[in-house]
Design a protein around this ligand. Structure first.
Ligand SMILES: Cc1cc2nc3c(=O)[nH]c(=O)nc-3n(C[C@H](O)[C@H](O)[C@H](O)COP(=O)(O)OP(=O)(O)OC[C@H]3O[C@@H](n4cnc5c(N)ncnc54)[C@H](O)[C@@H]3O)c2cc1C
Length: 320
């Protein structure tokens, strides 16, 4: 069998770039299928995310914050805002600098050999064979769908809206943030240089009314119900980031989890390749670690909602 690379990573978001950088830094050849462009939104991350950068070969200082610093869910959790385009490109650069090869194509089909995954077919018609495949394709879970894996749903249907508006609410200062619980969801506002970035979880697909703010950019809705793919690893494959599992944006740990699980998936793949006889042990450990992380985070977030008198069930108007 001709093998193009030790590993193929599907998706060049934060999880995919972290996995590719981690594989390349372990001395393995990795091809990243970069099938999409970075998102272009501002997102909030714990300030501690900078401590992960050296593991990708980047200095702490490479993380650039835009907008106001804030505290996420109370004091003691310093957070900052980052530009997703900049962040995703920074991590892609780290992966390439470590030696991963970027291929601007999308994964279209999976190659099996008996009960093992041994590569990917791309939309451009390439057949890429590898000893491990890491799916970091985000919430659509490309490989999960190909393998018809089950998604364990951990919340009612939830829709998040986000957008950007010209101007700031009268009762907010420039450079401030606010988390506004509502009985059926929440609204998060961050103001910066005369603009307001907002994220809301509301009822079903109804667009939240943001008047008197004037919409600037496109507004977008996403399904953000909590889910965990079962399992997140098998013979020749691993899922990382949102492809493996997610909670809604109030979690505030989506990007950290993408990077941490990308690094862990890269290391697990490297361990499997170095010691194939123990592959099932390494994969089971990764699967257990990821599932525990999501279940623990779900318990914490559920409590946070209860404390804020937010009834998640009341948001489930539009079922998926
Ligand atoms: C409204 C909203 C607000 C959010 N706010 C925050 C926040 O403030 N803080 C935070 O930490 N998190 C936030 N999140 C979550 C955060 O955006 C995700 O956790 C993060 O993007 C997950 O990274 P990822 O690498 O797993 O997936 P993604 O960032 O989705 O990257 C996946 C990549 O794979 C590509 N891809 C997909 N299919 C294929 C294919 N077949 N072949 C090749 N490439 C493919 C995609 O185009 C994409 O580039 C928010 C999410 C939403 C919806």
């Amino acid at each position: 069998m001709r093998v193009e690379a030790d590993a193929i990573v599907v998706g060049a978001g934060p999880a995919g770039s972290a996995a590719a950088a981690s594989l390349a830094r372990a001395g393995l050849t990795a091809i990243v299928l970069a099938g999409g462009s970075p998102l272009g939104w501002i997102e909030t991350v714990p300030a501690s995310i900078a401590s992960l950068l050296p593991e990708l070969g980047l200095p702490h200082a490479a993380l650039r914050s835009v907008g106001a610093h804030c505290h996420w869910h109370g004091a003691g959790h310093p957070a900052l805002h980052i530009d997703r385009t900049e962040f995703d490109l920074l991590l892609r650069h780290a992966a390439c600098h470590a030696g991963a090869r970027l291929c601007r194509s999308r994964a279209a089909g999976v190659i099996h050999e008996s009960d093992r995954i041994v590569g990917v077919r791309t939309r451009c018609g390439q057949t890429l064979r590898a000893r491990m495949v890491v799916d970091a394709s985000g919430s659509r879970t490309w490989l999960g769908r190909q393998l018809a894996l089950r998604a364990q749903v951990l919340s009612p249907a939830l829709i998040a809206w986000r957008g950007e508006a010209d101007g700031i609410p009268e009762d907010m200062e420039d450079g401030a943030v606010r988390f506004q619980p509502r009985s059926d969801g929440w609204l998060f506002l961050a103001t910066w240089r005369g603009r307001t970035t907002w994220t809301a979880i509301g009822r079903g697909r109804r667009r939240p009314d943001m008047t008197p703010l004037v919409a600037l950019q496109r507004q977008a809705a996403s399904n953000v119900h909590w889910c965990l793919t079962r399992p997140v690893a098998g013979r020749g494959w691993l899922l990382a980031g949102e492809a493996a599992g997610r909670l809604d944006p109030a979690w505030g740990q989506g990007l950290v989890t993408a990077v941490v699980s990308g690094i862990a998936a890269g290391r697990t793949a490297a361990a499997c390749l170095a010691d194939p006889a123990r592959e099932s042990v390494y994969l089971a450990a990764y699967d257990g670690w990821f599932a525990d992380r999501i279940h623990a985070a779900a318990a914490t977030l559920r409590k946070r909602y209860t404390d804020n008198r937010i009834n998640l069930a009341a948001t489930g108007e539009g079922q998926q």
